[in-house]
Design a protein around this ligand. Structure first.
Ligand code: CP
Length: 305
């Protein structure tokens, strides 16, 4: 049955039927991506405001590309060179965009709940492109589509989520989405990044300390980035994380041969996943999370995309 959505703020309030509808709807657009002429007129005359208050490569460019290919115009807020730098508030900023009459706003913000707040203030639909540690609904929809394409169905899969789960909006949205389709979850990472609250969401969730055990029966392995920008806990030695939790070819050999590995990006090679970075790098100045600034790395693989 066709579904109507006013906003897209999170996966949690959606039903499995609504999610299946969205995934089914996307099939015809997937086919167009493979066509030499990728332009449709579905959104001709519409304007999409892209308001990213946090850095993004994949999500921002995905939305900009989708809007262009569907015939819409875009307004692009660049937070770092906007009047936010002069002290303009979030609400005044989005009201300024709204005054130019976009038809919807796609928004990323470091504060959990910011898109819901904006949705309550404006008349136009708001799409959450990632809010704090809360939800990243369109990433979960993309991951679900990828899983469904590769595994034929979402129902009843064993899903292992590996890494910094505490700070991950991708993990929360994936738990809500895949949990509604009867998936079982194994969460693995440092104990301080495995929140007990996730066992109370109503989905089958187990927490496992050893990565080898977590990989054993997995149909799908979701590897998460260490969210250095959100770390407030006591520092964890970098070598220890790599030693205990990095996904390496040897560890992956313990998983089922048909296990599907997803990483939402940005992928920090040599940290949560084995490999070397390609491209310009700045050296890490401290060897612990919380202070480690990492290397700027060029990502060459997005398993979620
Ligand atoms: N997956 C994801 O949200 O990536 P970006 O931060 O590059 O948008």
């Amino acid at each position: 049955m066709p579904q109507r959505f006013r906003h897209m703020l999170g996966i949690e309030p959606l039903s499995a039927e609504q999610i299946a509808f969205l995934l089914d709807q996307s099939k015809s657009f997937q086919d167009i991506q493979r066509h030499p002429l990728k332009k449709l007129a579905t959104l001709r005359g519409k304007t999409v405001a892209l308001a990213f208050f946090e850095p993004s490569t994949r999500t921002r460019i995905s939305f900009a590309t989708a809007a262009a290919r569907l015939g819409a115009d875009t307004m692009n807020l660049q937070a770092e060179v906007s009047s936010l730098r002069k002290g303009e508030s979030l609400l005044d900023t989005v009201r300024t965009l709204d005054a130019m009459k976009p038809d919807c706003i796609v928004m990323r913000h470091s504060a959990s709940g910011a898109p819901e707040f904006v949705a309550g203030q404006l008349e136009i639909p708001v799409i959450n492109a990632g809010d704090g540690t809360h939800e990243h609904p369109t990433q979960a929809l993309l991951d679900a589509l990828t899983i469904r394409d590769r595994k034929s169905a979402l129902m009843g899969l064993n899903v292992t989520i590996l890494g910094d789960i505490l700070h991950s909006r991708v993990a929360r949205s994936n738990l809500h989405l895949l949990g509604k389709f009867g998936c079982r979850f194994t969460l693995c990472g440092p104990a301080m990044w495995l929140p007990r609250e996730l066992e109370c969401l109503g989905y089958p969730v187990r927490r496992v300390a050893r990565v080898e055990e977590a990989l054993e029966a997995a149909d799908v392995i979701i590897v998460l980035r260490v969210q250095q920008e959100r770390l407030h806990e006591p520092a964890l030695p970098l070598e220890e994380y790599i030693l205990l939790y990095q996904l390496t070819p040897k560890r992956l050999g313990l998983a089922r041969p048909d296990a599907l590995v997803l990483h939402p990006g940005p992928m920090i090679r040599g940290l949560e996943i084995a490999g070397r970075a390609h491209g310009p790098a700045v050296p890490a100045h401290r060897n612990t999370f919380g202070r480690f600034r990492g290397r700027r790395r060029c990502c060459t693989l997005r398993t979620g995309a």
